[in-house]
Design a protein. Sequence first.
Length: 343
Amino acid sequence: MRFIKNGNLFKSYFISFSIPLLMIVSMIVLSQSSLFFKHPRELSIGITLDLVLTIPLVYFLLIRKKKISKTTVVSFFGFGILVASFIIPKDYQTVLSIVKKVVFPIIELGILAFLFIKTRSIVLKFRKNRNESIDFFTAIELASKEVFPKRVAALIATEAAMIYYLLFDWKKQHLQQNEFTNYKESGVLALLLGIVLVLLIETFALHIFLLKWSVVVAWVLTFLSVYTILQFISLAKSMTKRPHLVDAENNKLILRYGFFAEAVVPFQLIKGLEVSSKDLPENKSVTRFSPLGELVPHNIILHLKEENKFVSLYGFTKKYTSLAFFVDNKLEFKKMVEENCNV
């Protein structure tokens, strides 16, 4: 019975996605047909409207009673614009241009407004319930997952977090008794500052050099370099805002490395902790939590009873059974974790 139920569910979801996709394919085929070349203006308008309006509407009608986020309609809308941009000749993109300049920005603003409202709502809800594990990055992740597919949501959340920590959140962080910093004694902030300075010098020198060869390439690489620099600055700031947390109320340990990495470890999985700064085994049985690898020291190694995963930048995951990371107040951290886990 369960197999039949899952089979019917798969069939239902398959139909919901396959029909709109087949409609998109038919529009592509039509744009390459002899009929299109006889009536390019009229069919360009029709194909554009079908791609950006009709097909997203059909998709919405197919999923309206299913447990699929209705906001995924936006994905079909955006995909429709992308397809239309490629298959409609530039001379006949008048309607598409209006959609890009007027409709699309309105939808973008609507999504951003929704994310902001949803994020604020999630933060207030968790604070009301006295859940200390929630912060801006966690909230924006939860909100994004209600709007976008999982991988896209991770990308959106990361980009939003970068902007947030870079430009906002200037309040001084007041640590709770169960929160532990990881940047004061590790030297990571000085390391990040050093990386930023090196990147600034290299970006300037490379830009001057590439201008002699290609202006476009020079500016593209400069933009990417500046973006990377901003990411490192935002990471440095976010590290001061996202401490490790021993969440006794929810029976879990939350390890954070700014918005670059987060590990949620249920207490029942913890086998033990050791205070250690020794070199890690070459067989990689111990995983480094820091995305900067050996450049950042560790002083705690967490051992688990079974394999777990932590989330890294842009939603990528990494498996581990033993995790090496840094805590400023390592002895107090170890004591609190062991008291809550009874290890």
